[in-house]
Write a protein that binds this ligand. Structure first.
Ligand SMILES: [Zn+2]
Length: 255
């Protein structure tokens, strides 16, 4: 994806906000299972190469793995978050035990796209995964966190979970086709991350954290490597378990 596309913003109008909230009432399928201990997923959207180097390495050093939501059509391109990882890197991540999940092929705005278009786009991503020698992705994150009722309904049968960007902790009642998540982005990544990890430990459940690049000079959507490591260590110190989305799906049998 070039800079021009990254500059594209989803519908931030009040109509867009109301629609996103309304869609959360559509096609709800509850997780239905209680997470009996605090679990954190560290995930990466898009995903820049630094997520696969600094981000993955930080997790691997602690014997844990993460979920990478990839738009395969961006693979090997470059943008404000640096180069986006390619097929070879994705395969290495998969072999190291990380989960490679779907984020559409073209980083499609599922709030604006037609249903068939969204379906074709995720099919194309699955084909790219196959050509890269990766397992079929079973979990999904909406680009820009946005989705229309139609796209949500059409995509739901293809994935065990689909993730948005609205803040929250996943509980038994959460909609597995529009899971909440918390971003580790920008200057307040450490404060926000620690607050949500502490909240998780107090209340229990499943917290999905996401970032983009993991870089000393991060983009506004990225995270500094020291901050990222501190948040992994804080998670471990607070006694929460770190798992990929796929592992949590298996644990809770919500697929
Ligand atoms: Zn994205």
């Amino acid at each position: 994806m070039g800079g021009a596309e990254y500059a594209y913003e989803p519908d931030r109008s009040w109509r867009g906000k109301i629609r996103r909230r309304a869609v959360r009432a559509v096609g709800r399928t509850a997780v239905g299972r209680t997470v009996d201990r605090p679990i954190v997923t560290f995930s990466f959207d898009d995903a820049p190469l630094t997520a696969a180097t600094s981000g993955a390495a930080a997790l691997e050093r602690r014997g844990v793995t993460g979920t990478f939501y990839l738009s395969a059509g961006l693979g090997g391109t470059s943008g404000p978050m640096g180069p986006i990882l390619d097929g070879d890197t994705a395969r290495r991540l998969s072999e190291a035990g990380h989960e490679l999940a779907c984020h559409t092929y073209t980083h499609l705005d599922c709030g604006q796209a037609r249903g068939e278009q969204a379906l074709d786009d995720v099919r194309q991503n699955a084909e790219a995964f196959e050509s890269w020698g990766l397992p079929r992705p079973t979990n999904f994150a909406y680009p820009y966190g946005d989705v229309s009722a139609r796209c949500k309904t059409v995509l739901a049968p293809s994935f065990d979970t689909m993730r948005g960007l609205h803040h929250g902790i996943v509980s038994r009642r959460s909609d597995r086709h529009q899971l909440p998540a918390v971003g580790l982005e920008g200057a307040d990544a450490l404060t926000v991350g620690r607050m949500w990890i502490d909240r998780l430990v107090d209340r229990g459940g499943w917290l999905i954290l996401y970032t983009h690049d993991v870089d000393r000079n991060p983009s506004p959507w990225g995270c500094d490597p020291d901050v990222f490591e501190e948040l992994i260590d804080h998670t471990i110190a607070r006694g929460a378990e770190i798992m990929t989305v796929r592992s949590v799906v298996d644990l809770l049998q919500i697929g």
